[in-house]
Ligand binder design. Structure first.
Ligand SMILES: Nc1ncnc2c1ncn2[C@@H]1O[C@H](COP(=O)(O)OP(=O)(O)OP(=O)(O)O)[C@@H](O)[C@H]1O
Length: 293
């Protein structure tokens, strides 16, 4: 398990990351979200040891992380550091060897990854001759070439076309299935919702929410939607609830307790037909907007 404990980082007077704590459990795909400048990249850089930590610590397997631990991680930095003039396959083999792989093992792993990302026919081309999206695919291959024990990926999905997004998502799921903790940042909340087991939401350098998507949904205000056969303006007079919205036969309400739900439904049935009465589960986007507002 990767643990981030009270991490803090300043740039001059500005506190970019302020007492940030969260866990990335083994086998858990954890989405790291937050607006521009929230502190995601700074946190990931501290996890990987490329930026000095001003407070707190990073732990791996229950003890302070070491340089050797970090070398066994797969890291995709925000600044995509590939050598533009080097052929794609040679570059991946070189990176694999830097991580201690033998030349044949690195070549085999690189070839398999290039095939997986539809780049087998570009193996001999220089990186700079690839489109940005394809360079991004090579960068992903570089992060996973040496069979990492944890993955820390800064916006791995940005710039990918839908097919590459699917390959990337499959790859991350596969690593998670093998028990690898995976932390990735993204601004694509729909993707995070679809893919993640857990979420960490950062705002202004602080963790404003974290947990599984289900835990976050349940921790927010639960709303109910009532759709009746006729106008439901009368719900405003029902005690024990807050009306969020009323539009003709549809009302969105927050119940203060369960008994009010029963009362509301009974009243609606007494007045006519009820087409729907259900809990409204918020999406990750809605939770995000609420906690970062
Ligand atoms: N090297 C630096 N020098 C000065 N300030 C920095 C430096 N790196 C980051 N910051 C500041 O730290 C804060 C957090 O930045 P960071 O890049 O970590 O955010 P982010 O969540 O990754 O944003 P984005 O989604 O835009 O990539 C910002 O206010 C940024 O301006």
């Amino acid at each position: 398990m990767l643990e981030v404990k009270n991490l803090t980082r300043r740039f001059g007077e500005h506190i970019a990351v302020d007492d940030v704590s969260f866990d990335v459990a083994d086998g858990r795909l954890t989405g790291f979200v937050g607006g521009n400048g929230a502190g995601k990249t700074t946190t990931m850089r501290m996890i990987m040891g490329v930026l000095a930590i001003h407070g707190g610590e990073v732990r791996w397997d229950g003890r302070p992380i070491t340089t050797a631990d970090r070398q066994s991680f797969g890291y995709m930095p925000e600044e995509r550091g590939l050598y533009p003039k080097q052929p794609v396959l040679d570059q991946l083999v070189y990176l694999g060897r830097l991580h201690g792989q033998s030349a044949p093992a690195a070549r085999a792993a690189a070839t398999e990854l290039l095939e997986r990302f539809g780049l087998a026919d570009r193996a001999k081309d220089k990186v700079e001759s690839l489109s940005l999206g394809n360079q991004q695919r090579v960068q992903i291959a570089a992060a996973v070439i040496a069979d990492p024990v944890a993955l820390v990926l800064d916006e791995p999905f940005s710039g990918l076309d839908p097919l590459a997004v699917d390959s990337m998502a499959d790859l991350l799921r596969e690593y998670a299935r093998r028990g690898v903790p995976v932390l990735f940042s993204s601004h694509q909340l729909d993707l995070v919702e679809r893919l993640c087991d857990a979420l960490v939401i950062l705002s202004g350098g602080h963790v404003v929410a974290s947990g599984t998507a289900d835990e976050l949904r349940r921790s927010g205000r639960v709303r109910h939607r009532l759709v009746a056969g006729d106008d439901v303006g009368w719900v405003r007079d029902v005690p024990g609830l807050t009306v969020v919205d009323v539009d003709g036969p549809t009302a969105l309400v927050e119940l203060h307790d369960e008994a009010t739900g029963t009362r509301l439904l009974t009243e609606a049935l007494r007045r006519g037909s009820v087409r729907e009465f259900a809990e409204v589960v918020p999406t990750v986007s809605e939770i995000y907007r609420e906690v970062t507002a």
